[in-house]
Design a protein around this ligand. Structure first.
Ligand code: SAH
Length: 270
């Protein structure tokens, strides 16, 4: 198959890795798998053998032709030709015959150029998705799972960990794909939280997290004071009350502490 770089097409050919992915996902008859970017169907075929149903969303018509050829013996596949980012997942959910409390299982070796928007979309639809298994760029995966105290910890870590429990399952060398990408990959699992932390305003919360990280080497007191236009003294007082050191940098603030800082700022100033 000819490949289209602009669609992030890198096809996985390493059968050992494919088998490992299937083992991790462990599809069951009860599962409805929503696959992002099936390409010619290396994962799709394995899903079809084990899962009750697979819904594969692929933007490329040529890939779909190939996918159809490779999956013709199965009748539990629904192919959607389109952009995953435009997909109405809630509508699709209502069209399925889900049992009570059952949700989508999302999976895919996704196109890396839209990793951020894909993860955001999964998180937006977290009430109807249990879990997502994704192949993404290794460095992005490391940022997603990073904890406070790590150089890789940042807004992305806080965002993804707020809504899910992320795990790196294993790494995949670039040689496992054709054409070979310029980066190595990791296969990750996001378990969407049933009970996410309660906060007053999600958008404002992440604005504040972003502000805290705006100049990584500066103290949070300075970063927050500057972007929220609240005096340094007021921010310092909040940190003091929470027993967080005044010279703290965003890198060292845990998710729980970000929530506590936000709650206090929200109560007093927003
Ligand atoms: N899963 C296959 C292909 C991975 S390459 C494999 O493992 O071999 C990424 C796939 O995502 C390509 O098939 C590409 O055409 C598709 N794709 C790219 N952008 C997309 C989008 N916005 N929506 C759905 N599919 C997309």
């Amino acid at each position: 198959m000819r490949y289209k770089k602009f669609l992030g097409q890198h096809f996985l050919h390493d059968t050992v890795k494919i088998a490992r992915m299937i083992k991790e996902i462990n599809p069951q008859k009860k599962d409805i798998i929503l696959e992002i970017g099936p390409g010619s169907g290396v994962l799709t075929r394995e899903f079809l053998k084990k899962a009750g149903k697979v819904i594969a969303v692929e933007i490329d018509k040529d890939a779909i032709e190939k996918l159809k050829e490779k999956t013709s013996e199965y009748n539990n596949l629904k192919i959607i030709h389109g952009d995953f980012l435009e997909l109405d997942i809630k509508k699709l959910y209502e069209e399925q015959k889900f049992d009570l409390n059952q949700k989508f299982l999302v999976a895919g070796n996704i196109p890396y150029y839209i990793t951020g928007p894909i993860i955001e979309k999964i998180i937006e639809n977290r009430k109807i998705i249990d879990c997502a298994y994704l192949t993404i760029q290794k460095e992005v995966a490391e940022r997603i799972v990073a904890k406070e105290g790590s150089k890789k910890y940042g807004t992305l870590s806080v965002f993804v960990q707020f809504y899910s429990e992320p795990h790196i399952l294993f790494q995949i060398n670039r040689k496992a794909f054709f054409p070979e990408p310029k980066v190595d990959s990791a296969f990750i699992k996001l378990i969407l939280k049933q009970n996410e932390p309660q906060i007053k305003d999600h958008i404002l919360f992440f604005k504040i997290v972003k502000a805290a990280f705006s100049e990584r080497r500066k103290k949070v007191v300075n970063n927050l004071s500057k972007s929220l236009k609240i005096s340094k003294n007021d921010i310092a007082e909040i940190l003091n009350n929470l027993k967080i050191p005044l010279n703290v940098r965003a890198e060292n603030i845990s998710l729980v502490d970000f929530i506590r800082i936000f709650d206090n700022i929200y109560e007093k100033f927003l």
